[in-house]
Every structure is written in C-alpha cells, then in structure tokens.
Design a binder for this molecule. Structure first.
Ligand code: PCA
Length: 185
C-alpha cells in the first residue's frame, strides 16, 4: 500500500514535483502526439482514456515542427502521416502522457511496426494543461517537446497523389473521407 501511494502522482503531487526531471523514466511515462483517430472527438479516442487498465493524461495541443504529408488512405479511410519530412504541412494534434501499458496497447492497436512505426518527433506546443507539468513533463523554453508519433514509412506510392491535410477532422471537414470503424469492416 505504501509503495502504491508513493507511486501515484495523483495522490502526492508535491512529492512528484520534487522528482520532476527523472519522473518520466521513474514512472515509465512517455509523451505521445496523436493526429488521427485517437484525438478527442474521433472514433478511437476512448482508448486514450480507458482508465480501468492503463493511463493516458491529456496534456494539450501541438503542431509538428516539421512538415509531413498527412493523407487519408486505403479502403477504410485511415489517416496516415507519411514519413517524408519536409513535404506537406505542419500537422496539428494532441499530446498525451501515457504509461507503459497504454504505450504497449497503442503499439498493438496501430499495428506497430508493420503498419505504422512509432518515432520520436519534435512538437511545438500550442496549448498546455498545467496539471501535465505537475506530472513532470513540460515543453522546453522554446515551447518544443519531443513526443512519439505513429507514422508510416512503407506505403503505396499512389498515396503521395492524395490530398495532404494539416488537421484530421472528417466530421467538420467534409472533404475528408470518413473512417470506417473496425466493427463495420
Ligand atoms: N491513429 C494514430 C495514428 C493514426 C491514427 O488514426 C493517431 O491518431 O495519431
């Protein structure tokens, strides 16, 4: 019980503030930037917040420092950020702090490493939740934060001819093809 208490940032935030620089390794937490169906309001978002088994904490919004082609591809209209830095747009998304269990779940869910690969990228933070800082993660003074992101290195060449987006939101942007839910496939 004692060790559980000491390991819970929610219960003892001040203690965790003191440990700030080493906290992410200590708790094995990682920052993940999501730009597609895992964002708020999108069909797979519930996986980020399923607190029964694993933990994800919403930290704010951000934009990739580099440009990438973000396309919606395949017969299920899946968003793919292609690993071609310098082409396309800076991509808008959300930043989460996730524990190891959630990271492992996301790897499996995203078909990593076969479909997507998880890579660290530089994200320019746009909005930041102060509670995220109390968990030991903070953008640097320039507002940058390194986060994992799921992108694709192997893709069909034809995908490069698809429209490139800067913000995945098929519910509001009606030009974007709607994701086909797994249950409907
Ligand atoms: N899920 C991940 C990668 C693309 C997708 O739909 C995400 O939201 O970032």
């Amino acid at each position: 019980m004692i060790s559980k208490l000491l390991l819970s940032p929610a219960l003892v935030p001040d203690y965790f503030k003191m440990l700030q620089p080493s906290l992410p390794e200590f708790c094995k937490m990682s920052t993940v930037f999501v730009y597609g169906t895992l964002k708020k309001g999108q069909p797979n978002h519930h996986h980020m917040m399923d607190e029964t088994k694993r933990k994800g904490v919403y930290c704010g919004t951000g934009r990739t420092n580099q440009k990438y082609p973000l396309v919606i591809a395949g017969k299920y209209n899946i968003p793919f950020l292609l690993n071609l830095p310098g082409t396309g747009h800076e991509i808008d998304g959300e930043i989460y702090l996730v524990d190891d269990q959630l990271l492992q779940f996301l790897d499996e869910f995203e078909g990593c490493p076969e479909v997507y690969q998880r890579r660290p990228v530089e994200v320019h933070v746009l909005e930041w939740e102060e509670k995220a800082s109390t968990l030991g993660v903070k953008p640097d003074v320039g507002g940058m934060l390194t986060c994992f992101l799921y992108n694709a290195t192997t893709y069909e060449q034809d995908w490069l001819k698809l429209p490139y987006y800067n913000n995945y939101d098929p519910f509001r942007n009606h030009d974007q093809p709607k994701y086909v839910l797994r249950e409907a496939r």
